[in-house]
Design a protein around this ligand. Sequence first.
Ligand code: MCA
Ligand code: AMP
Length: 487
Amino acid sequence: MPLLSLFDRSLLARSTRLALEFNGHAFTFGDIESRSNQLVQALRGRGLKCGDRLAFYLQNRVEVIDLWIAGVKLGLIVVPVNVLYRERELKHILADAEPVAVVTSSEMAGFIPDGIAVWDVDALAAEARVQLTERLAVVAVPDTPLALIYTSGTTGASKGAVLTQGNFAANGLTLTREWRFNEEDRYLATLPLFHVHGLANGIHCWLMSGCHMRLTERFEHARAAEWFEDYRPTVFFGVPAMFIRLLELPLETAQKIGARLRLAVSGSAPLPAEVHDKFRERYGSVILERYGMTETLMNVSNPYDGERRPGTVGLPLPHVRVKICDEAGEPVADGTSGELWVQGTNVCAGYWRRPDATAAAWKDGWFRTGDVGVRAPDGYITLQGRRSDLIISGGFNIYPREIEELILEQPGVREATVVGMADPVRGEVPVAYVVVDAAVFDEVATAARLRSQLASFKQPKAFVRLEALPRTALGKVQKRLLPPWRS
Ligand code: MCA
Ligand code: AMP
């Protein structure tokens, strides 16, 4: 089913209904429809056409939603960029995606590398406001690519997953139905819209169900209680770090919030079973944990009705096939660990301009996730780790190789390796182990250089100096043998 016809259940059929609240401003679905039509006209006026890439580098705001829906209508390939990315990450993504322009705000435009066309979000919005509100003919079909979303690769440089309109339609339709979204729901949207969790799940469940959404610029734990009490959401999506923060609220507040909350979904990183239990005790709400990836959108979910089993990600979603395989690609028996392979209308079309990486990740029509898990005899899947050394901090992914390469470029560094260390709120944080020439290495200057070039969540929390890194006979660093780090 075309993605836009799923949105039309709200954009057209619920046009007078209140749809969205952002920074005290209210919008109906009809407003959202008109705004995106006007933006389509403005973008066409700037020469954009089906298949062109357009990046956005913005905090959550209504214009991101306008841009997304306009992208669907115009057949654009939208490139969401994490607002925390800095010089190195931005250069790589923008050189690879070659967008016509990057839409950003005046506060953030300074981070965009030279040579890239920058479109000011407010100027573009002003230009759109004077356009006609009618919808132009829509050019997209389900196979039309809609987004290029960059996800960290084992090579250190991130790759763009090419997600089609059909991928988003399948994912949104399934989640809306499986999680019982309906127009009486009130969804508190605090996740960033530049990642799949906030965008593919949040925005699409909202538009397909016609519920109400309050969007915030970002999640701020100090304001969470105020937001929940004031907005009284029935639905909340979060990463584990957010649920851990919510456990800090007083019991009475938690009970009041929990009494109205119909559905709390956690994903993007493992939710400790202890947090699941504590949240149920304090909020009276049983978190529904699910598992997805940028390349595949959502794959597996605990059920809405039935047991939401702590520590597991549940059962494959209806449009997804999952098999758990050994190293040779043969399915393993229940109870035996293996790599999760997935197949379905949710899986992306491949990596942008990377036939090598695409060929390596797909086998016989199955996408190899790199995640290791085990299936219980009753079908529930438990994730146990990853085949790569990916670190997930607060739900943001970090590939150590990218940080290691940058550290190795710094004066006085002879060897470097980066590992994830346990953190009570963010799950993991990166720590660097280095072998340095003490006369040359300057830790403060190195940290400052890293900060200017990488997202803040990739900044090593410490540089632990060693005489030598533990290595195998073949020279590979044995991360397991590194001494523990304590903050
Ligand atoms: C985080 N920070 C930000 C923002 N978000 N800064 C500016 N704008 C933002 N939107 C920075 C802070 O400045 C700070 O930097 C650090 O992150 C932690 O912020 P803090 O307020 O202390 O927050 P927290 O209570 O620790 O919570 C962090 C967070 C954040 C808000 C939970 O980690 C977050 O938004 N995570 C969501 C990630 C996400 O959406 N992942 C989905 C990926 P400093 O460290 O310098 O102080 S999609 C995916 O994985 C798949 C498909 C899936 O399954 O969903
Ligand atoms: P990304 O590359 O940002 O799409 O991150 C996808 C990765 O996040 C997956 O491959 C998993 O390793 C991890 N992930 C997502 N959801 C969960 C979950 N519920 N539990 C554990 N890991 C998860």
